[in-house]
Design a protein around this ligand. Structure first.
Ligand code: GRF
Length: 229
């Protein structure tokens, strides 16, 4: 039986080769072989980019300390002294404080990440725009979390308090979180996950921010886990 199954996979690859589709089918086969334990599991090493407090980064680290499906390998931060750097230190995770010049030289910066074996990037409250070169180097491998229901309330300047104030000013009945792939426009790539909550009649930007944070902490780590797999 197993010879038949194995033979079938080989035939698929030969036919795929003849029709010029080998890379697509080989990737598919590799996934099957990894699941069967024939090829070693690919190690997923993420870098979390954050500019502030880092509560999401903290939850992600905590989650993967237990689940071990992802290795949180690096914290990248653009603000010396940001809370996320303490979180990294306490967790014993390497951190990197970047300056704009190095960051903009995407070739150089993506090489720094590749040298550390980073396979995926997670933006958790990172305020700089990701340069096109880095997006190209990590095509469909960069995930962002946004504290509203995109495509509404996204784009340049829509971060933190500004988002929640805009949602309330618009009189929306719901807000929520969007987890999406990163492309060259702010808050624009393909949505991977969205969930909503009802806005309370006496809601303020602060109370909404706190409730949205709870939602982020609850969902972000597991969404990352299913995205990388
Ligand atoms: C989160 O609300 C996230 O959606 C947004 O920035 C905030 C970061 O919060 N992109 P924290 O630093 O993880 O606490």
């Amino acid at each position: 039986m197993s010879i038949l199954i194995f033979g079938y996979q080989v035939i698929i690859l030969i036919v795929a080769f003849l029709f010029g589709q080998f890379p697509f089918f080989w990737n598919y086969e590799k996934k099957i072989l990894r699941r069967l334990g024939i090829l070693p599991a690919k190690q997923v090493r993420i870098a979390i980019f954050a500019s502030g407090k880092g509560s999401n980064a903290g939850k992600i680290i905590e989650y993967f300390d237990k689940h071990l499906t992802v290795n949180v390998s690096l914290i990248v931060c653009n603000k010396p002294g940001a809370g996320v750097l303490n979180i990294a230190e306490q967790a014993g995770i390497k951190s990197l404080v970047i300056d704009k010049e190095t960051f903009k030289k995407a070739g150089e910066f993506s090489q720094i990440l590749k040298d550390q074996g980073i396979t995926h990037i997670v933006l958790a409250g990172f305020l700089w725009k990701i340069p096109a070169g880095l997006i190209a180097a990590y095509q469909d491998k960069i995930l962002n979390i946004h504290p509203a229901l995109l495509p509404k309330f996204g784009g340049k300047g829509m971060f933190g308090e500004h988002v929640h104030a805009a949602v309330l000013a618009a009189g929306d009945k719901q807000s929520g979180i969007t987890i999406h792939l990163v492309d060259e426009q702010y808050d624009h790539g393909k949505t991977i996950f969205q969930t909503a909550i009802d806005i309370h009649p006496d809601e303020t930007p602060d109370s909404l921010a706190a409730r949205i944070h709870v939602l982020e902490h609850e969902h972000f780590p597991a969404v990352i886990e299913s995205w990388v797999s």
